[in-house]
Design a protein around this ligand. Structure first.
Ligand SMILES: [Ca+2]
Ligand SMILES: [Ca+2]
Length: 227
């Protein structure tokens, strides 16, 4: 009798989570895992010395799989890049979309101090399913006021979708952001545009915890190609 009760408990422990979670819950119909090529990490361990009022809880765990509609492609490779800064301090704007994501010197473009943006022209309006940004991953840093927007207007005056905004105190003047600040790591940060359409992707920042400058190693935009 004791043995059978034990078996029932054991079975419910094993089957319980399976019964309550349909198999493949993370993977909806018509979706596939987004495959990414990630650069080598430049530092190991969880930074504990970064203080910021809007910082997310640091788990140190890698990002889980992310699912996108079947047929999603990298749309941003070698696409033209504009910026609020006329001339980079270091590097070239082209480095934002050149496919190189390694850390270290020679792989990032440096923009001037304060609020700056880079903007990628995808060439056509597309439904977007993932945007990834690597600001800088040679050391642990938090970039301020990260705001990611999508629009068909190159000047971002009309039809703007805000995908991400962690400017919790509105210092950049684009509205209060509800997202959290995060530490830059080699896997980059994935922003979910949830199918928002746009030809242009604009990313803002306003300095970082190490200095007042703005950096990009790479930005990747994934979506459904325009027909
Ligand atoms: Ca690059
Ligand atoms: Ca802010």
């Amino acid at each position: 009798m004791k043995r059978s009760i034990f078996l029932i408990i054991a079975l419910s422990v094993v089957l319980g989570p399976m019964a309550s979670t349909p198999s493949g819950a993370a993977q909806e119909q018509g979706k596939e895992e987004l495959k990414l090529q990630l650069p080598k990490p430049m530092f190991i361990g969880t930074p504990t010395n970064i203080k910021s009022p809007n910082l997310e809880v640091i788990t140190g765990k890698p990002r889980g799989p992310f699912f996108v509609p079947v047929g999603t492609r990298l749309l941003s490779l070698n696409r033209p890049v504009r910026s609020s800064d006329i001339q980079p301090v270091i590097g070239e704007f082209e480095m934002v979309t050149d496919g190189e994501k390694e850390g270290g010197d020679g792989y990032f473009v440096e923009l001037g101090p304060g609020k700056q943006w880079v903007q990628i022209d995808l060439g056509a309006s597309c439904a977007l399913h993932a945007i990834l940004a690597w600001h800088y991953h040679t050391q642990a840093r938090v970039y301020r006021d990260v705001i990611v927007q999508v629009s068909d207007d190159k000047d971002f005056l009309t039809g703007v979708t805000t995908v991400f905004n962690n400017d919790h105190d509105n210092t950049s003047g684009l509205g209060i952001g509800r997202d959290k600040e995060y530490v830059e790591v080699a896997e980059g940060r994935l922003f979910d545009p949830k199918g928002a359409r746009g030809r242009y992707v604009r990313l803002y920042s306003r300095g970082n915890t190490a200095n007042d400058l703005n950096h990009y190693v790479e930005v990747e935009v994934y979506g459904t190609p325009a027909r």
